[in-house]
Every structure is written in structure tokens, then in C-alpha cells.
Design a protein around this ligand. Sequence first.
Ligand code: CMP
Length: 132
Amino acid sequence: MKEQTLALIKPDAISKRFQGLIIHDILDAGFEIKAMKMLHLSQDQAKAFYEVHKGKDFYEPLVAFMTSGSIIALHLEKENAIMDYRTLMGKTDPEVAASGTLRHKYAETTRRNAVHGSDSPENAKKEIAFFF
Ligand code: CMP
């Protein structure tokens, strides 16, 4: 059965003009783009999106980074979309992300890690509704 997920292209990737390459890789991996938009998150929006990480040491810098420039939100569809997109992204830390993954190719650090993807069907539903 087709599954839905939410992907973000983060400010570091956009400032390096990697958005076209990332969207190309997403399409090449067989995902359908059901909806897509570019926006600049407010502080309140970024805090709400990452609320699950509130209280962690990286929360405030993460919010600052995510509001430092525009992002692109994509509603993706594919069989096994959640797991397959997470495989395409690679591990959170680009230093350990597998070769060929988006984070290995386009990310700088664990914080400035180019892309986000939903981690469960419940969060995918919430995150898609957050943006679309
Ligand atoms: P993302 O998949 O968007 O989900 C939470 C984000 O928090 C993660 O990608 C990173 O950008 C950031 N993050 C997670 N762990 C750390 C960490 N240890 N240090 C800094 N940033 C982190």
C-alpha cells in the first residue's frame, strides 16, 4: 500500500543551492511529490515542529538554524515511503551516513544536516498536516 511521508530541505542545503539535486534524487528514488512549498519558518512554527526535542541541549540552536533561512516542505508518496525516505536520507550525522545518501552527499554537521524526514506513520500524518 502507498504510504505518505513529510520531507524538509533545510536552510543549509538551500543556501548551497542543493535543492534541485535533492529533489532530483527524491524523484529518482521513485517518490511522487504530492505537494511542495518553500517557506521561512517563524520561531513559533519551528518550536512547534520540533516540540518533541524541547529541553534537549540542541533544541534552541536547532530552532535558530531552522529559522535562519528558507526551507522546502515536500509531501511524498511511495510504497514504504517512511522507511525508504529515511534510507535515502541516511543517518542524522553526515559523517556516519552511508555513501550515496542525501546527508552524506549534501550535509555538513549533525545540526546542519540538509534534510528531515518523518520517523513514523503517526508523525508523518502530523507533519504533513503541519505544512499542507
Ligand atoms: P531532524 O531529522 O530534522 O530531527 C531533529 C533534528 O535535530 C535533526 O534532524 C538534527 O538537525 C538535530 N539534531 C539531532 N541530534 C542532534 C545533536 N546531537 N546535536 C545537534 N543537532 C541535533
